[in-house]
Design a binder for this molecule. Sequence first.
Ligand code: GTP
Length: 598
Amino acid sequence: MATKYIRNFSIIAHIDHGKSTLADRLLERTGTVSQREMEEQVLDTMDLERERGITIKAQSARLVYDAKDGHQYTLNLIDTPGHVDFNYEVSRSLAACEGALLIVDATQGVEAQTLANVYLALEHDLEIIPIINKIDLPSADPERVRREIEDVIGLDAENAILVSAKTGQGIDDVLEAIVRYIPAPEEAPQKPLRALIFDSHFDAYKGAIANIRIMEGTLRAGQKIRMMATGKEFEVIETGVFLPQMHKVAALECGSVGYLAAGMKNVRDCRVGDTVTTATHSAQTPLPGYRKAVPMVYCGLYPLETNEYDALRDALEKLHLNDAALLFEPETSTALGFGFRCGFLGLLHMDVIRERLEREYGLSLITTAPSVNYHVYCTDGTMVTVDNPSLMPDMSKIERIEEPLVKTSIIVPKDMVGTVMEISQNRRGQYVTMDYLDETRVSLVYNLPLCEILYDYFDTLKSATRGYASVDYALNGYQVSPMVKMDILINGETVDALSVIVHREFAARRGRALVEKLRGLIPRQLFQIPIQAAVGNKIIARENVAALRKDVLAKCYGGDISRKRKLLEKQKAGKKRMKQFGTVEIPQEAFMAVLKVE
Ligand code: GTP
């Protein structure tokens, strides 16, 4: 097919504004997926995605559309992940397109991720088609939203398409607009091959599959290719397109979107953002923008039962096959035994992996509180990165510590500005700017330490603003901060997995709150258990778990064995998710308690 009949586009939106629903309608209307096959939201395939209602892994589809001009067009829809943790993947997906449909919910208006996504699309010079969705709802106010798109984003929204992705109203207009306004890909079939990898996944039969957009040249099965960032070479076994399921084709022409399989054993062989070229007559330079995914949040994952260690390693390896951003390495803790230190792109990524390990692999895990990556400059002139608090060098050897910052944009109704400011300032946020979006809503920008965001920032913000706050964040460099390691001692011994890194000025307050919380979480024993927080050798807080006066069986005078057994059963069930530490048992909640203290 000639390049002039190809259109490559993404759909961008704030979470829940209707991206997946609109994608479904486009698939249905072009007959790509028949109504019968149409399970709700075909493009979100993972169970977890469906439950949480957010796109985690992007999927693409090729639609064939007979336009009103009498020509048949190939429309390649490149779905983008719908969460800030995956911003880099979003930017690669956008780099594979010439245009984007910008969806704004007619009842909500422009939100934080609407803006973040528009900025990404503009960086890639995409043609943006504004779409106002959910016009079927009684509270829809398309005119207000139209003004907002013009005033806040600065896009001409006069021709914004009014749509109900739910009922299908306006879908034909969307298809026509794609053909009319989004430019065709540039023609460069004679140039050496340059294809952009914008996503990848692991297929049990074909190995790692790279989703690619051919920017220049042509790709055929049988060709020898080279990945320009890693230098690895492979022979192409299969090329194909997404219908949205994989469908083999002989070649992928310039401008088209599809996949390649080349017997790659791991998704790290075809990294998102890398450029594919041919092994001979190669392109001179890769496409711009390659970046290795860098984990921002780390935590320890330990099997509850020591004999599940191998199963945990196998499960992590399997997930890793499909997820180049997930890092893990063995780690040992005196409190928790053998486990793994894992790195994630963000909090959602961490939650998703943890849930998949438990659900899909049936593992019971103890998770330590998440930590960020600190740059620790030592007095001997070296720099170490520390993502595990218990591995922080001795304070006497540290010259300074730098912590990661994130630029956080928050959109809220104007009467909630004070609340947002208070919450952000309590977490050491530095105010950057405030802008009025319209008469009622305000956009605030704060520079916050990433580690403070881990302390329930989003949830606190959401509940304090009754769900009105919409948030977006991006990594924004490092700053020197007086951070200290705070240890927790239980029964006089340091529990390494409970150590945290905190700002010096917060240590006393958080230490007190934490030991108080732990006192309520740690089961009572026959003896008193002291719980202490310490910075260096100095104890900064202390509480006691009082001794148990009676044991559970004391009530069973006489010898009613069945009742006795029942009580013991109950006690055993209560032991779930506990780790034995010396004579004391520590429940899972204790490891997360630190995140819940102000
Ligand atoms: P992410 O995948 O998290 O980015 O969300 P999304 O933008 O894909 O949103 P999704 O399509 O899942 O829609 C969110 C909710 O809005 C769902 O409950 C949809 O059924 C509903 N919805 C989407 N479009 C419409 C619409 O036109 N009208 C109405 N009434 N509801 C809609």
